[in-house]
Ligand binder design. Structure first.
Ligand code: ADP
Ligand code: MG
Length: 553
């Protein structure tokens, strides 16, 4: 037809489509999960609009229908949600809109075995349609318009859009199934897939007259009625993650200062550290079981961005606008309770299930750590959750907490000593450690400069001073009564009787080093090495200076 327009996909999408249509990835059920999830999102948005704007209300139920045609070898997923306008079709089904998707794509191209089931997490779930179909039609009418549109593509590089008359509100995604994928037009197969992947979808999913999903609001059900399987399934639904179980979950309700139910999960793996870039927040906000906002950043602080879950508050009005949500103190109240409960949970886990805790820590410790510098109120609690290598275990594979360090240290030790360095073996060779070994004082080994920045910002933990041992003004536990740390005493004043002529040695060193050293002093901290370098009072530790020099380049 003359009014058929042709468009080319953005380069990144072309690459993605090429990958998807040639992929050997077996689990193609995920395509159905993604398309049903998009239909459900469109219904959520429609419901939100209807609550807020009277003119769009009607008495139609919001539903998702599966319409298989085994003879024609097609499958349609039909919704009466918000639909798409002409321009939305171009931008939403032709341009990568989400920030994580490019990383997802790069990761995929580098790693053929990558798990495509993650596709929905990166805002490109729609394109999985081309794993099942060699031709896809999107027939849609936006709630704002009277004319509809037909989008079509064979997934090779371009798509067309043409007007379509007499369409009901909403969207039909019609898959023309590839050779060998007829099963996706079989009713029994579809029932199985929906029950497996989409049973928690909050709108009815129908095949003919039969509703296939349970629409369970797990977070609002009593704990006693839920088993691990139900919790895990809900997790998989929320996260678009295949068969994975979460590391831990927290299901609770709170009555004051605000009423809410919440169910939060910690995923098994940290996608950020796998090179996927920042993943979007997985927290959803509901009011009396109805979704108000997904990807709700305000519900948890950045340093807990790895959490997935739902917060459902009856105190929240359904028609609350996003703008109003941003100003509302309701978030601060929810966040405060949630943060406390999560930190308490982790603290308890660290005590009672140290192995499980370490598994969590190895995945998410570096994200949680950000809280020490950003959450002033909870910094000490978060610091208590951090783990370090230490001279207590020179093999270096056992991690220790600040609390355990303090327990081992004597009562009179007012410091927690640490030493930074490029790696464990470099740290262990540092001559500054000699006196600590001799005095049997424990030193934390910080091979990650960020740990060192964290501890130097924290300054004290449980009343003990966090001290880098390459500082000149070191105090040792016994010194505190006599108030004489050896390095505070200039060499000249020292009793030279034990080392005759030492004064002369020191001044020769000073002369030879000139401006390169601020001072040269006799030291008692060495046992084997002849000299060591220390930093003047108030200066940054050696490792920190290195990091800073590197970042200034
Ligand atoms: P995501 O769902 O994470 O945004 P998708 O690739 O699955 O990413 O979908 C891309 C976009 O296409 C959606 O954000 C939405 O704007 C639009 N879209 C997809 N399916 C539908 C639908 N059934 N109804 C309305 N809009 C849709
Ligand atoms: Mg989607």
């Amino acid at each position: 037809a003359a009014d058929k327009e042709q468009f080319t996909f953005q380069t990144e999408i072309k690459q993605l489509l090429h990958l998807l249509s040639h992929s050997l990835y077996q689990n193609r059920e995920i395509t159905i999960r993604e398309l049903v999830s998009n239909a459900s999102d469109a219904l959520d948005k429609m419901r939100f609009i209807q609550v807020n704007e009277e003119q769009y209300r009607d008495d139609e139920d919001l539903v998702i229908r599966l319409e298989p045609d085994s003879e024609g070898r097609t499958l349609s997923i039909v919704d009466n949600g918000i639909g798409l306008t002409h321009d939305e079709l171009i931008s939403n089904l032709g341009t990568i809109a989400h920030s994580g998707s490019l990383e997802f794509l790069n990761k995929l191209s580098g790693d053929a075995a990558a798990d495509l089931s993650l596709i929905g997490q990166f805002g490109v779930g729609f394109y999985s349609a081309f794993m099942l179909a060699d031709r896809v039609e999107v027939i849609t009418r936006s709630y704002q318009e009277s004319t509809g549109w037909r989008w079509e593509s064979d997934g090779s590089g371009s798509f067309t859009i043409e007007p379509a008359e007499d369409l009901p509100r909403g969207t039909t995604v019609k898959l023309h199934l590839k050779e060998g994928y007829d099963e996706f037009s079989q009713e029994e197969r579809l029932k199985y897939i929906i029950r497996k992947h989409s049973t928690f979808v909050p709108h009815p999913v129908r095949l003919g007259d039969e509703q296939l999903n349970e629409q369970r609001a797990v977070w609002a059900e009593p704990k006693s009625q839920l088993d691990d399987e139900a919790y895990d399934k809900f997790y998989q639904y929320l996260t678009h993650r295949g068969d994975e179980s979460p590391l831990w979950r927290l299901h609770l309700s709170s009555d004051s200062p605000i009423q809410f139910h919440t169910l939060v999960y910690c995923p098994a793996t940290n996608l950020e550290s796998m090179g996927f870039g920042r993943v979007e927040h997985g927290m959803h906000l509901c009011a009396k079981r109805i979704l108000v906002q997904d990807d709700c950043r305000e519900l948890v602080p950045e340093y807990m961005r790895f959490l997935y879950g739902i917060v459902d508050s009856a105190d929240l009005p359904l028609n609350v606008s996003r703008q109003a949500l941003q100003d509302d103190t309701i978030f601060r109240k929810i966040r405060k309770v949630l943060v406390k409960r999560v930190l308490d949970h982790l603290t308890k886990m660290a005590e009672q299930q140290p192995e499980e805790y370490l598994t969590f820590y190895r995945q998410f410790g570096t994200i949680l750590r950000e809280g020490v510098s950003t959450d002033f109120e909870n910094r000490e609690k978060i610091a208590g959750l951090m783990r370090f290598q230490s001279s207590h275990d020179d093999a270096g594979d056992k991690l220790t907490s600040l609390g355990e360090y303090i327990e081992r240290a004597g009562e009179d030790q007012k410091q927690i000593y640490y030493l930074g360095g490029a790696d464990l073996s470099a740290i262990e060779k540092n001559p500054n450690l000699e006196i600590f070994r001799k005095k049997k004082l424990e030193v934390l080994y910080l091979a990650d400069p960020v740990d060192e920045i964290m501890l130097s910002n924290l300054m004290t933990y449980d009343g003990k001073q966090l001290t880098s041992i390459d500082a000149a003004d070191l105090a040792f536990p016994e010194d505190e009564e006599t108030d004489k740390s050896e390095d505070e005493t200039p060499a000249e004043e020292k009793d030279e009787s034990s080392t005759p002529g030492f004064e002369k040695v020191v001044s020769l060193f000073k002369e030879a080093l000139g401006d390169m050293a601020e001072d040269v002093r006799a030291s008692k901290r060495l046992t084997d090495s002849p000299v060591c370098l220390v930093n003047p009072e108030g200066a940054m530790s050696t490792q920190m200076q290195k990091v800073l020099r590197m970042s200034n380049k």
